[in-house]
Design a protein around this ligand. Structure first.
Ligand SMILES: [Zn+2]
Length: 343
């Protein structure tokens, strides 16, 4: 049963997900080689270990309709066996696609029991851990599948925002080492998402361009934080990077939202993510990282400039970060960009 709770002190939503305590933990405490005793449910030959697949793509990038579980696949999409955002409740009938949260209130608390949605996109039948370990074809096909699933998530009633992300390695939150993207559709909006949307709207009204367009223009003129550039994307270490080697992959054209990008742009993006992560893996000896797609709440794409973000997890947020939201970053983004740049 979904259980989203709102903390009135911090203005944060929390998904209470007691069912996830039952997850099989392949990782113990530190990164290790996969134990031979552990069956990886995402590897070829173990398809029956996951819930029934939702969609399957073959090695030519074609979607296979009514595929048998043991078909020769490149990307599989399956429901999350232990969802933090369960889909087993009715959609909150009061929930609307506007920036207000309608839910139960009692005492100082708010609670929302609307359904969410959560699925996994397995980008390869091979047991590799990083998006950078995918071959070019796997990277392109899995991102194409992610785009399709993101578009489907937008159509679900009551879902107001979707997050596509990859947790790579245990210190970044991965509970299985086999690389997998996750897509979570949320019926509630965080204060951070609302604030981000408001800042974008204000900047757009004042400057007639999105915040990210202003960032790209500035960074391209200065070059010191630019890592790479393609026809469609600019890759930078953000000016106020919260963590060492934080990376943004920003589309130059803000008019297409992620669900509607064309194939050249999509393939360009997949290969660019792969290239940047291979560089990161080489430079920092395979660090744990989170790869995330940032978009605005559904219905607000006109104020949006979506982008991918990579957050290497080299240090832990500690007292200051938890207590104040102010981060300490031991590596300047200028130095990080220089080390990640093309030689
Ligand atoms: Zn595996």
């Amino acid at each position: 049963m979904p259980d989203f709770r709102f903390d009135p002190i911090s203005a944060r939503w929390v998904a209470i997900a007691s069912n996830r305590a039952a997850r099989p933990m392949e990782f113990i405490s530190r990164e290790e080689e996969l134990s031979p005793d552990v069956v990886c449910p995402f590897c070829k030959g173990h398809e029956h270990e996951t819930p029934s697949q939702l969609e399957v793509w073959d090695k030519e990038g074609r979607q296979i309709i009514d595929a048998e579980p043991d078909v020769d696949w490149s990307t599989r999409v399956v429901p999350n066996k232990f969802p933090a955002f369960p889909s087993d409740a009715p959609i909150n009938p009061f929930d609307t696609n506007v920036l207000s949260d309608l839910h139960e209130e009692f005492g100082p608390y708010d609670q929302n029991r609307s359904s969410g949605a959560q699925e996994l996109i397995i980008p390869t039948p091979r047991h590799v851990s990083s998006f950078g370990d995918l071959n070019k074809s796997e990277a392109v096909i899995s991102l194409a599948a992610a785009r399709v699933r993101f578009g489907e998530m937008k159509k679900k009633p009551g879902i107001r925002h979707a997050m596509l992300f990859m947790n790579c390695r245990s210190a970044a939150g991965a509970s299985l080492s086999h690389a997998h993207l996750q897509l979570i559709g949320s019926p509630v909006l965080s204060q951070e998402m609302k604030d981000r949307l408001r800042r974008n709207q204000q900047h757009l009204a004042k400057h007639n361009q999105t915040l990210m367009q202003s960032v790209i223009t500035w960074e391209k003129s200065k070059k010191v934080r630019v890592i790479a550039e393609t026809e469609n994307f600019c890759v930078v270490c953000p000016f106020a990077s919260r963590v060492a080697f934080q990376i943004w992959l920003i589309p130059k054209n803000s008019h297409q939202d992620f669900a509607s990008i064309d194939r050249p742009m999509r393939d360009d993006l997949a290969l660019l993510i792969r290239k940047v992560l291979r560089r990161l893996d080489k430079l920092l000896d395979k660090p744990p990282y989170n790869l995330m797609l940032h978009t605005t709440p559904f219905g607000h794409s006109d104020h949006n400039h979506w982008y991918f973000e990579i957050m290497p997890r080299l240090t832990c947020p500690a007292g200051l970060e938890w207590g104040t939201g102010i981060w300490i970053n031991p590596v300047s983004p200028e130095d990080a960009a220089k080390r990640l740049r093309d030689e």
